[in-house]
Design a protein. Structure first.
Length: 132
């Protein structure tokens, strides 16, 4: 789950109007620690060229097992990453569309998405680095 208003990542070399092709790939989630260093977690967002997506993360802390945190289709619309989450994905957006503000920086290597939690109304930030 996203951290509300996480520590600010310095966003430089921002890509204006990122294309769908720039986003295709595997992205690994990270947060910033107290020293402003990136700490990578076992959370992946997979944006496939065919327009499907999968969010993969551990579903148990003890004796970890990985599962899908959401699956469905994705698109880029008006500067947003728009995910249409499949019903019964086990996600708070099951069966719904989630339009997330998108900032692609570091020459396309860092993706910052901002979305509203429909349960709490909180603005959420997620940062991902493209897996090379």
């Amino acid at each position: 789950e996203a951290a509300p208003r996480a520590a600010k990542v310095e966003e430089k070399d921002i890509v204006a109007n990122p294309s769908r092709e720039m986003l295709v790939g595997v992205w690994q989630r990270f947060v910033l620690d107290n020293a402003n260093e990136r700490k990578y977690g076992p959370i992946l967002k997979i944006l496939a060229a065919d327009g499907s997506f999968q969010n993969v993360s551990p579903v148990r802390v003890n004796n970890p097992k990985f599962g899908f945190g959401g699956t469905g289709t994705w698109a880029v619309e008006d500067g947003c990453l728009v995910e249409t989450v499949a019903a019964k994905s086990g996600n708070i957006f099951d069966g719904k569309k989630n339009a997330m503000e998108l900032i692609l920086s570091d020459n396309g290597k860092v993706m910052h998405i901002i979305w509203l939690n429909p349960i709490t109304g909180a603005k959420m930030d997620e940062f991902y680095e493209k897996v090379q």
